[in-house]
Structure formats: structure tokens, C-alpha cells
Design a protein around this ligand. Structure first.
Ligand code: ADP
Ligand code: ZN
Ligand code: ZN
Length: 731
């Protein structure tokens, strides 16, 4: 037999199939060791055939399979080809997503440890006891322990019973055996099973979904409307039919909570997959899924590649979240992978959100997704009341601090009542916009209607869409005040300030810096839910999903921060963020309050977010997208160039740009926009960054994108080039 093998080297030159001879019983999807360029390397069998076009003497043989099973399911092979074409990826990079990374190179394996059990094959329990001296208390205790507990790791027994273990083993009264142990993440996370009787709204949505489990659903339910309970019910049904499920959440920080809920319902059948686990845990959880010991995979983005066949449903919670798009190699959109897998398995895809992405909601309006709505919170709890505080007024009243007087009043109230508060600091992205603190004026591009970015080296403002430059001003062009601001508030400063204000109050902080160690997310969140602290300060990590019954106040310190990113998604992101953060307040019996601090009180995005009026926001924003031709009415393509030498990067950019203008001439009516410029973040890790941004009509975008890939594809070791489709982040 001849096998087609993809070698495990991520390099465009070798990203093609190589033919090898092999035994008939080798299987497609197996990992193998093959001779390649004078050494032996790992590879994946992706096909087989009777004969090769290579002459017999050139055809080498597979050395050996690396595992005795197929690592890549047939479904995943097809998916890899689909992603390769759609996103111009290397096949090997997609295949690598399908297995725990440490499996490659054999860096992780099953773990075995010694365990002991009573030798009940040769003796009765009474015999064993009779052979132990009545004075050997420890040995008697050990025997009794093993009678109660069957097999137990010797390490554990040695701690409890010391030398008794060895003494009984030497006399063959107990047997020591080598046993595979499962490294299970978050072992301690368990909760009592707390099944709710569904509300009528929940039941109706569930029934709709269960009547046709082959469609795509958009579950649009306000925060606290009980979407999770619906997910649990769908999965119960799927599992009862012998099928499997994938449940995605947008961030690792949300997995512990989901895991706890799922374990309470489905016990051991749940496995967790995400990059925050240790290599061993990840491997063992992956194995449990592969071997059908678990049939439900929970995780962040990468869990969409879980090794499950026979899928009954894929659920994407908080579907609007930007993290579902991977913006480093391999770049892909989780939703596209989910659609592929759902289609392949003929199973349902359920996306849930309180603030669906405009694009998803648009598809739902068009009838491509079935829209299900949960307009009310559970038990008709009121939505939190949002109060907008004008920080410009605060400044004029002499308050230069980061907390408005209203926020301080409410904080004092919460502390007095023994409740909890969450303070949200919006610190995302790198660019800083410029605004007048007095009148709220924001410098915008006259051509593009996006806010300008301040470039400190040149002391000028630039539009990151069209590249146009503007002089920086000292006085506000609108009201002539000198309160021009481009500063940002950080979480650390907020915590320090709180300590000064309330020295006796426990404060926790959750942001990128405090969550670098394993399980740190879970530790912070569980400390807060045990009410070890009354205030939690955090970035967008605290915005989503969490359900803390004692939180009655949410403070949003800088509600406009994200409004002025030079990005067409700025309004959408801001609306989502504020609605999500606000949704953390008043989720239980006590009503919640939200204080939204801003310098742009009258911006429709903030006004509508305060009312949590998604539909009005959608209507306004989708109209804007239609007139300005942005997604879903067009496709944004960004070609990102980076390299250590600016001249080389620019040369590449210009060279491609010429070819792109030729392409534009070929498709004059499909190119809405084509411009090259520096990136908002000019340098990352010493690499200079430039970009070309295109907008294409939706009619021919697939065809044109394939041609763009051809233009950008030739490899160059000094300049890396990436093509992104509708990127979530334009830094
Ligand atoms: P969402 O995901 O829509 O924001 P959750 O699923 O977190 O909302 O539900 C909010 C709260 O309501 C949770 O504490 C959940 O346990 C509770 N809950 C959900 N469904 C019911 C129900 N049918 N009856 C009572 N409580 C419920
Ligand atoms: Zn512009
Ligand atoms: Zn002004």
C-alpha cells in the first residue's frame, strides 16, 4: 500500500503530501514516523492508494505508527482541508489543532502509578486478618482500609500507614499493581445537582430547538434569562440519544463555573479542554473524549477541535465574543469550524447571547438562523437600573478622582449592607483616542467617521482607516477648553485608590497580570463568590457570564474607552461590553444598580446600552453598516505585514499593493475600498507592522480572496504576511 503523509513541519515548502510505502493495516488519520531529509520525523497519514507516481526506488517506507489508533478523525481531515482553503492555512497547522500539542514529539503520555489491593484471589479477608499479629495495629488498619476502598495508590497509603504497606506486600497479603491514573483538572469542583423547572419562556425555546436538531439557532436572551439551563437540557437530550456535545465559552476564566454546573448534571461524562491545563491533564481529558469515557467537551475556542464523532449539538455561549476568532496562526473563525462540524454531523448549532453580534443577528433576521428570544430575567427579576454619570460635570465640579460622587455613594451603601460590588475598567487595545473632558468632543477623521489615534512621537493624530494625518491641538476645537485627555485608568490604580478609601474592605483584582498562573482565574472567582472580598476590580475578564448573587452594584469607570477605537466595530463592542457588565448586577433577590461613568453621555451607543435596548441599537447600527458598506454588507480583508526591517516590510507591502490594484481593475465594482498604511500598533516585538485594508462586495468575495491568497502567498523569510477576513481586532 502507498500512503500519503503530511510531515509535521510547519513550513509552506513541505506542506504537501509525500508518498510512503506502508503495511496494509495502517490507517488514514494515524500518526507515523517517516524518513524525511536524512532524519526521522513525525507525520500524519491523510490518504492511501495502490500505486505512487514516484519510481519504486525513490519510494521510502513508513518506519512505524506512533499510536495504535487514528488520532485524526475522518471528519477532522475534511475539516482541515476546508480550513486550509478558506483561510489559506497549512494543513499541518490545522492537524496540530486536533491533538494535544505535547503529544507531538512524545512529550506527554499516559501516567501510571502503583496501587495496592488486598490479595483476595489467594486468601479470604479473615485469612488475611488471621495472619497479621493483633499488635500490628497499622497493618490491621491498612487491611480494613483496603477492604473498604479497594484499589488505592501506594503513595497515599504510605502516607497513612507507613511501613505497613511494604510489610503486607512482602508477605503477599496485599498486591501492588501498576495502574493508569487520570490527571483530572479541577478535581475539587463539584456542586449539588440543582435542576430547575423550566420557565415557560425557557420551555418554549427548548421545544423549538428539540423539534429540529439540524438547524442553527440564535438564542437571544437577556442577561440572567437562564440560557445555561437551556443548554443543559439540550445536552441531556442529546446524550440520552447516545450522541455527543461540545459546549464553548469565550474565555478560560468562565470554564470552571461551567464545568461545575455540567459535572453536577453529567458527572464524569464531562471533559475540559483548554490551553490553561497542564499537558498531562489536557492529554488525559482528550483521551477520555476519544475513548468515549466522556461525551461532552467544555472549553474555550480550541475545544471546537475536540475528538468527538457522532456530535448531537454544538453550543457557543456568548457567541458575539471576539475571542472566538483566532488572530494568530492558525487564524480561523470558530463559528466557521462549528458550522462545518455541525453540517458534517447533521447536528444542531446553538449560539447564545444577550448581545448577539450584529452579523449573527442580521443572519437571524434573514431567516438563515432561527431566532429564539428570552426577553425576561428568571422570576421576572428586574433588569438592573443603569445611571449614566457625566464625568465632564464631575471635573467641572472639582472632582478630579476616578470615582464620581454617585459611584462613591453607592459603594458606601453596598459596603454598609454587606453586599458586593464589581468595578470594571475597560483596558483593551493599545490605541489612545483624544477627547475634551469638558464638552466630550472627540477628534475624528473627516473622511471616515472613526476616531483618530494619537501618535506621541510625532505629536500628531492619524486615521487608522485611511492614513490621513492631523495636527494635535492644545485647545479643544469645539469649546476652547484645555482639558484635553488621552489617559487611561488601570486596574492597579483603582485597587490602590480603594485601599486608601476603604482600608478594611477586601478587594480582589482580576486582569491579565493576576491570572498568569494556573487556576488563578478560579481562585479569584471562588474567593469572591465565598465573599472573602466585597469588591472585585477587573478588566473585560469580569464582564461576562459570572453569576454572583450578592453583587448589587456594578461600576463602569470609563464607559467610553472602547467607543473611540479606530475600528468599525467600536460601537458594537462598547454596547456589548456595557450590557454584559451591567448584567452582572442584581442577578438574585436584591435589585441591582449600575453606575456608568462617561465623558460622552449623549452617545446613542451608551444611551441604548443603559436601557439595555438591543433592538434599537441593532437597527441604528445595521443601517450605518449598510450605508458605509461594512460587514455584513461587505467583507473586510486585512493583509498584515511584519518584519524586522521597515524597508523590507514596505517593499513587500508596495509590491503586493500594485498587484492588488491590478486585481481591483479586474473587479472594479467589487472593490469598495483599498488602502495601505501603517498599523495602529507600529511595532510588536521589534517587528514593524504595516497593513493593506480592503473591503469587498459579498457577491464575489470568496473568489477574490482566493486570488489575494495567490498574491500574498510567495514566501519570504524576512517579512511575514497574514490575511485576515473580517478581523475582530485591527491593532
Ligand atoms: P444567562 O446565562 O441567561 O445570563 P443563567 O443561565 O446564568 O442566565 O441563569 C441566571 C440564574 O437563574 C442562575 O442562577 C440560574 O441558576 C437561575 N435559573 C435558571 N433557570 C431557572 C429556572 N427555571 N428557575 C429558577 N432559577 C433558574
Ligand atoms: Zn480617515
Ligand atoms: Zn471641548
Amino acid at each position: 500500500m502507498v500512503f500519503e503523509v503530511i510531515v509535521d513541519i510547519s513550513n509552506s515548502q513541505v506542506d504537501k503530501v509525500f508518498d510512503y510505502k506502508g503495511e496494509d493495516f495502517f490507517q488514514i488519520g494515524q500518526r507515523v514516523l517517516v524518513p524525511f531529509g536524512g532524519r526521522q520525523i513525525e507525520g500524519y497519514i491523510v490518504g492511501c492508494k495502490e500505486t505512487s507516481d514516484l519510481p519504486e526506488e525513490k519510494l521510502k517506507s513508513i518506519v512505524s505508527p506512533l499510536d495504535n489508533y487514528t488520532v485524526i478523525l475522518p471528519e477532522m481531515l475534511q475539516m482541515a482541508v476546508f480550513l486550509k482553503i478558506k483561510y489559506n492555512l497549512r494543513l499541518v497547522d490545522v492537524l496540530r489543532l486536533c491533538l494535544p500539542s505535547q503529544m507531538r514529539g512524545g512529550k506527554v503520555k499516559q501516567k501510571f502509578e502503583n496501587a495496592a489491593k488486598l490479595n483476595l484471589d489467594d486468601y479470604s479477608y479473615e485469612d488475611i486478618i488471621r495472619q497479621i499479629s493483633p499488635r500490628a495495629k497499622k497493618q490491621l488498619e491498612l487491611a480494613e482500609f483496603l477492604l473498604q476502598n479497594s484499589e488505592t495508590p501506594t503513595a497515599e497509603l504510605n502516607k497513612k500507614f507507613g511501613t505497613a504497606v511494604k510489610l503486607l506486600a512482602d508477605r503477599d497479603l496485599i498486591k501492588i499493581l501498576s495502574k493508569q491514573t487520570e490527571r483530572r483538572p479541577y478535581k475539587e469542583l463539584n456542586a449539588p445537582n440543582n435542576i430547575h423547572n423550566l420557565t415557560t419562556e425557557q420551555q418554549n425555546a427548548l421545544n423549538e430547538i428539540l423539534t429540529d436538531m439540524t438547524k442553527t439557532y440564535l438564542l437571544f436572551g437577556v442577561t440572567g434569562s437562564g440560557k445555561t439551563e437551556i443548554y443543559l437540557n439540550i445536552i441531556s437530550k442529546v446524550v440520552a440519544e447516545g450522541k455527543k456535545a461540545i459546549m464553548l465559552v469565550p474565555e478560560i476564566s468562565l470554564t470552571p463555573n461551567m464545568l461545575k454546573l455540567f459535572r453536577s448534571r453529567f458527572g464524569d461524562k464531562v471533559a475540559l479542554l483548554h490551553s490553561g491545563l497542564s499537558a498531562g491533564e489536557r492529554f488525559d481529558e482528550w483521551e477520555r473524549l476519544r475513548l468515549n469515557k466522556a461525551n461532552i467537551a467544555i472549553g474555550a475556542r480550541s475545544a471546537i477541535f475536540a475528538p468527538l464523532d457522532n456530535l448531537g449539538v454544538i453550543i457557543i455561549d456568548e457567541e458575539h465574543d471576539g475571542s472566538y476568532q483566532s488572530d494568530s496562526n492558525p487564524r480561523y473563525d470558530t463559528l466557521e469550524v462549528a458550522k462545518f462540524r455541525a453540517n458534517f454531523n447533521g447536528c444542531g448549532l446553538v449560539m447564545g447571547s444577550a448581545t448577539p453580534s450584529l452579523v449573527s443577528f442580521y443572519h437571524a433576521q434573514k431567516g438563515e438562523y432561527k431566532l429564539l428570544t428570552l426577553p425576561n430575567r428568571i422570576n421576572n427579576r428586574p433588569m438592573p437600573e443603569v445611571e449614566i454619570v457625566d464625568m465632564g460635570l464631575e471635573i467641572r465640579a472639582g472632582n478630579k478622582g476616578m470615582f464620581s460622587s454617585r459611584l462613591l455613594e453607592e459603594l458606601n451603601e453596598v459596603l454598609k449592607k454587606g453586599n458586593q460590588a464589581m468595578l470594571f475598567v475597560n483596558r483593551r487595545g493599545f490605541s489612545s483616542f483624544v477627547m475634551c473632558s469638558k464638552c466630550g468632543y472627540v477628534a475624528k477623521c473627516t473622511d471616515c467617521d472613526v476616531s483618530l489615534t494619537y501618535h506621541s512621537e510625532e505629536n500628531e493624530l492619524r486615521c487608522h482607516y485611511c492614513g490621513k494625518r492631523y495636527r494635535m491641538f492644545d485647545l479643544c476645537p469645539n469649546c476652547k477648553s484645555q482639558y484635553i485627555r488621552q489617559g487611561k485608568i488601570g486596574t492597579q490604580q483603582v485597587v490602590a485608590y480603594l485601599k486608601k478609601l476603604f482600608p478594611d474592605v477586601g478587594v480582589l483584582r482580576m486582569d491579565y497580570d493576576t491570572t498568569q498562573t494556573k487556576q488563578s482565574h478560579a481562585k479569584i472567582l471562588s474567593a469572591f463568590s465565598r465573599r472573602e472580598a466585597q469588591i472585585l476590580v477587573g478588566t473585560q475578564m469580569i464582564a461576562k457570564g459570572h453569576d454572583f448573587p450578592f453583587v448589587t452594584l456594578v461600576g463602569i469607570l470609563d464607559g467610553d474607552q472602547s467607543l473611540y477605537y479606530s475600528d468599525y466595530m467600536a460601537n458594537e463592542r462598547t454596547f456589548q461590553l456595557i450590557t454584559q457588565v451591567a448584567g452582572r448586577s442584581g442577578r438574585d433577590k436584591q435589585p441591582g444598580k449600575v453606575i456608568l461613568q462617561t465623558y460622552s453621555k449623549n452617545h446613542y451607543c451608551l444611551q441604548l446600552a443603559a436601557k439595555q435596548d438591543y433592538l434599537s441599537f441593532y437597527k441604528k447600527e445595521i443601517n450605518l453598516r449598510e450605508t458605509t458598506k461594512f460587514p455584513p454588507y461587505a467583507t473586510v480583508v486585512r493583509i498584515l505585514y511584519s518584519g524586522l526591517k521597515a524597508e523590507e516590510v514596505v517593499a513587500r507591502l508596495n509590491d503586493h499593493y500594485i498587484k492588488l490594484t491590478e486585481l481591483q481593475n479586474e473587479y472594479p465594482s467589487d472593490f469598495i475600498y483599498l488602502q495601505r498604511m501603517r498599523c495602529a500598533v507600529k511595532r510588536i516585538e521589534n517587528k514593524y507592522r504595516y497593513q493593506t485594508i480592503l473591503r469587498l462586495s459579498n457577491e464575489k468575495h470568496d473568489e477574490i480572496i482566493q486570488k489575494i491568497y495567490k498574491i500574498t502567498d510567495e514566501s519570504d523569510k524576512n517579512v511575514s504576511v497574514f490575511v485576515q477576513i473580517n478581523p475582530q481586532n485591527m491593532n
